[in-house]
Design a protein around this ligand. Structure first.
Ligand SMILES: Nc1nc2c(ncn2[C@@H]2O[C@H](COP(=O)(O)OP(=O)(O)OP(=O)(O)O)[C@@H](O)[C@H]2O)c(=O)[nH]1
Length: 513
């Protein structure tokens, strides 16, 4: 066995590693004890491969006690360590004891498909303990005194979650979902300004987000009357405790207008402004999208799915200016900035998590479609839930007649997925209209084939495909892309998941992979 500092891995080490971690662990059991061995061979093999740069975690197993002691010679060289006292003392018998939960328990968690989605053990709406040290005074709970109480939330219609990720036994005992906007900030996007809102909730440990598009807020003053009511978070604008200063509020994003070195105006809990009552009926309901996280599609620009372009397209469409027709014979047509929100849920891989999605991709490369791949891994085709989305929308005053912060009683929803509309309605969100999302590559091909409109369940859908471009990635401000994997994915969504998209397969003029 080589010493750690020799940097060489002997074939015997690799053979040992293989026996211990290879496909037949039973064979290993007979020859090597795996847990609680006097010397853990796997750890030795890992240390030998790592040389002097053994990670802190190895040291913290207390296997190389010498390195933790300043008096130990040779720093990382545990072989020179002979005990805490004199060198004549007998060397301690070292035992490696794993502190990990048994593998059985870990696998059970994975089977539930929630390896990334453990419910919080502590109250997530309590103050974060990573606040800057400047906030010396002890803050009481950051839960808003005016935020909806459990009793208030209980009176709302409670939908049965679409998500299977929370086992039924746990789901029954869960309290009603509560969300709290922890911070908000202005984000300039290629389509115009947005306000990013970060939410905590009492259901999972994820930081779900709302990308609010309402640029009219940037010119807001405390006394100004907007044409359309501003979309603001009630929990953010609430007074969190009696000691908070205007600067505390501003730093978390509870301000009005646009921040600058010359302008810092904290908001008040009554900041949401009703808007012009004469125009309110003429203003279309805000356009919203419930978007599920997709690391591969949004960050890497993967063309296995259309998630990146959908996020971009949603922000673009919501940002489009709104034309309000004249409301009386004497008034004129009016144009106001686009308004709405993307609720960005951390439900990677339709709720199965990135790890399982990556495995599913390999099954897809073996010839299975996205639905079958999920089922083969023991997941459902779709494990998402929309309770948190409903609570975030209510916090923003969108779509709920019972919203305590009502900005609009109804919303228009950008989606092709009928389940999402149904789930939102179960959450008490009033959906005035579903707005379809035609994939950019399809729009482009339809335009190339000379078509300007296509049929969707007998309904005419107008396609704005003539300006679509063919190169680029599918990420923010990307362009339309073609690809075999993307087409397969889109077709499966239509044929197996009931997505309300007009399928191009029937049109011989439109090239399909
Ligand atoms: N399990 C799995 N998830 C995928 C795959 N491709 C994309 N996703 C995830 O699917 C989610 C997006 O869902 P989609 O089914 O594309 O669309 P949708 O949100 O249901 O419907 P729309 O509102 O019309 O976009 C994201 O969380 C992606 O990470 C895949 O092959 N397998």
């Amino acid at each position: 066995m080589p010493l750690p500092h020799e940097h060489t891995v002997q074939p015997s080490d690799l053979a040992l590693l293989h026996v211990l971690t290879g496909p037949d662990p039973q064979a290993a059991k007979s020859s090597f004890a795996r847990r609680d061995a006097a010397l853990d061979p796997l750890l030795i093999a890992a240390a030998a491969a790592s040389g002097p740069h053994v990670t802190r975690n190895h040291y913290h197993h207390d296997f190389f006690p010498g390195v933790m002691l300043p008096q130990a010679e040779g720093a990382w060289d545990w072989t020179k360590y002979t005990g805490e006292g004199s060198s004549t003392k007998a060397r301690k018998h070292l035992t490696y004891v794993s502190r990990q939960a048994p593998r059985k328990q870990h696998l059970a968690t994975m089977e539930e498909g929630k390896e990334n989605d453990h419910p919080r053990e502590t109250d997530p709406l309590k103050p974060a303990n990573n606040l800057p040290p400047a906030a010396k005074k002890r803050r009481p709970s950051l839960i808003s005194s005016t935020a909806p109480t459990n009793a208030e939330v209980k009176t709302r219609p409670r939908a049965q979650s679409v998500s299977e990720s929370i086992p039924p036994s746990l789901n029954q005992s869960l309290p009603p979902v509560e969300v709290k906007c922890m911070a908000r900030t202005r984000i300039p996007t290629p389509h115009g300004p947005a306000f990013l809102h970060l939410y905590h909730n009492n259901r999972d440990t994820k930081e779900h987000l709302a990308i609010v598009i309402d640029p009219a807020q940037l010119s807001e003053t405390p006394d100004s009357l907007p044409v359309a009511p501003h979309i603001r978070s009630r929990s953010l604008d609430a007074v969190w405790n009696e000691n908070e200063t205007p600067m505390d509020r501003i730093i978390r994003g509870a301000y009005v207008g646009r921040l600058s070195s010359a302008s810092q105006q904290a908001s008040t809990p009554s900041t949401p402004n009703p808007g012009s009552s004469t125009l309110s009926s003429a203003i279309p309901p805000p356009l919203i999208r419930i978007h599920s996280e997709c690391f591969t599609g949004e960050t890497v620009g993967s063309m296995r799915c259309d998630c990146g372009e959908q996020l971009d397209e949603a922000i673009r469409q919501i940002s489009l200016p709104i034309v309000i027709p004249p409301i009386s014979p004497t008034s004129k047509e009016m144009t106001i900035p686009g308004r709405g929100a993307v609720i960005y849920l951390r439900q990677e891989g339709r709720g199965i998590g990135l790890l399982s999605k990556i495995r599913a991709y390999n099954l897809q490369d073996l010839g299975h479609d996205t639905v079958t791949a999920n089922l083969m891994l023991g997941h459902q085709a779709d494990e998402r839930g929309y309770e948190i989305a409903g609570a975030i929308l209510r916090d923003l005053g969108l779509g709920g007649p019972d919203s305590l912060n009502q900005i609009s009683g109804t919303v228009r929803v950008l989606t092709n997925n009928p389940d999402k509309v149904q789930a939102l309605e179960k959450e008490g969100i009033q959906v005035a209209e579903r707005v379809p999302m035609i994939p950019r590559s399809w729009q482009h091909r339809i335009a190339e084939a000379g078509g300007s409109k296509i049929e969707d369940d007998g309904q005419v859908v107008h396609v704005h495909g003539s300006s679509a471009e063919v190169s680029g990635a599918t990420m923010i401000s990307g362009k339309a892309v073609y690809g075999e994997d993307l087409d397969k994915y889109l077709r499966t969504k239509v044929l197996r998941m009931g997505h309300m998209l007009p399928l191009l397969m029937g049109d011989p003029a439109v090239p399909i992979y």
